[in-house]
Ligand binder design. Structure first.
Ligand SMILES: NC(=O)c1ccc[n+]([C@@H]2O[C@H](COP(=O)([O-])OP(=O)(O)OC[C@H]3O[C@@H](n4cnc5c(N)ncnc54)[C@H](O)[C@@H]3O)[C@@H](O)[C@H]2O)c1
Ligand SMILES: [Zn+2]
Length: 358
């Protein structure tokens, strides 16, 4: 089931309400232009149609075929299981067949799987093409499309291979959300709740007062929420592009979450919701956190899983390969209070004990 809320761009419906925003974020050696709530029709003004190739998946294409009219398009099979090297190989073959060259721009139109693969292929094809994103899921709008981390999974190891390279542009077209399945709305709200937990207590409280139905039924609310989250993540990524400090906070819930994600075939948002629940408990032990119940209640309010039984040792064995590990220690993101996260270094030995006792 999908929820239909946008007939036309929200900025046009409420002309007094300025949702259409152009922002530019500068990174170490590039910058990204954001066209928030502009609509795919604006793409022609950003990139030359003849030398641009859109990359999307079957779900997005089938629901929005007319929006792709006139654009060279590659359509991939949908799903995390395709975020792998074999898809990259097939894409490279396809780009060669289409005679893509250094002047070609690639545009990923889809969820996080599509944006991650597109950004990665754009980095390696002919040693680097210009690329941009039109994120179409809540998760890719508020998170995956932002910050330049792109890559693929290797077996059970999530995002094991990849690069950090910023897109030239990110364009939002809220009309795509009309076809987003309910489960994917919930999936995306896990990252929104994460942002509230680590950096935005005011938004956390707003989420507590409202509900998913509220956001799905009100264009203005969802546009504002997506833009607030886009800006939050962009600022963090901009300040710490290569994840030496503050950007690590965005990994709240992800260390355990990633270890659970592929092993149990959970959606990314579901896995990190469970990861956040247990990170709250670890925060109680190591950072004096006292608000686990509020976080758990909020996750449940948005239909996300919290407590789960899982094979502790098996999950720990995957978890210790996490990219946040440094030799025998893991940088774990914990909460001191809602809206304030910290990174604590935990020895693998201690972490193993904590996980066994969860
Ligand atoms: N690069 C980053 O910084 C970053 C951050 C967070 C997540 N991610 C990655 O993002 C991925 C998860 O993102 P996701 O949940 O968007 O994944 P996804 O691309 O698999 O999309 C989820 C599902 O929704 C469908 N879909 C997307 N937009 C749609 C639309 N408008 N209408 C109908 N169906 C639509 C897709 O076809 C897919 O079936 C994971 O691989 C995760 O690792 C990356
Ligand atoms: Zn995530």
């Amino acid at each position: 089931m999908s929820v239909r809320i946008f007939n036309v761009q929200c900025s046009i419906i409420n002309s007094h309400f300025q949702t259409m925003k152009k922002l530019t974020y500068r990174f170490s050696n590039s910058s990204t232009d954001y066209y928030l709530a502009y609509g795919i029709s604006h793409l022609k003004k950003i990139t030359d149609q003849r030398s641009t190739i859109l990359i999307t998946d079957e779900h997005v294409y089938n629901a929005h075929a007319k929006r792709f009219k006139g654009w060279n398009t590659i359509i991939l099979k949908p799903g995390e299981e395709y975020k792998v090297q074999a898809t990259v190989d097939a894409l490279v073959d396809k780009l060669i067949e289409m005679e893509a060259d250094r002047k070609t721009t690639l545009v990923g139109v889809g969820g996080g799987v599509i944006t991650d693969i597109t950004g990665y292929v754009a980095a390696i094809y002919m040693r680097g093409l210009r690329f941009g994103f039109i994120p179409t899921s809540v998760l890719s709008l508020v998170d995956a499309s932002i910050g330049g981390k792109n890559g693929i999974d290797v077996g059970v190891y999530k995002n094991m291979v990849g690069i950090i390279r910023q897109p030239s542009f990110i364009l939002h077209d809220m009309v795509f959300l009309n076809s987003l399945p309910q489960a994917e709305w919930e999936n995306g709200f896990a990252e929104v709740i994460k942002h509230g937990c680590i950096k935005d207590a005011v938004m956390f409280a707003e989420l507590e007062k409202r509900s998913l139905v509220h956001y799905q039924g009100r264009q203005r609310s969802i546009c504002e929420l997506i833009q607030r989250n886009t800006i939050l993540k962009s600022k963090v990524a901009q300040k710490d592009e290569f994840e030496k400090g503050e950007r690590r906070l965005l990994n709240f819930g992800h260390t355990l979450g990633h270890a659970l994600e592929n092993q149990y075939e959970l959606l990314h948002g579901q896995a990190i919701a469970i990861g956040m629940t247990y990170a709250c408990h670890i925060s109680e032990q190591l950072a004096g956190f006292r608000q686990t119940e509020r976080v758990v209640n909020l996750l449940e309010k948005y239909n996300l899983p919290t407590y789960a039984s899982f094979a502790k040792q098996k999950v720990f064995d995957v978890l210790k390969m996490d990219k946040k590990r440094e030799k025998k220690e893991m940088n774990y993101v914990l909460l001191e209070k809602i809206g304030k996260a910290v990174v604590k270094t935990i020895s693998l030995k201690q972490l193993e004990k904590i996980i066994q006792e969860l």
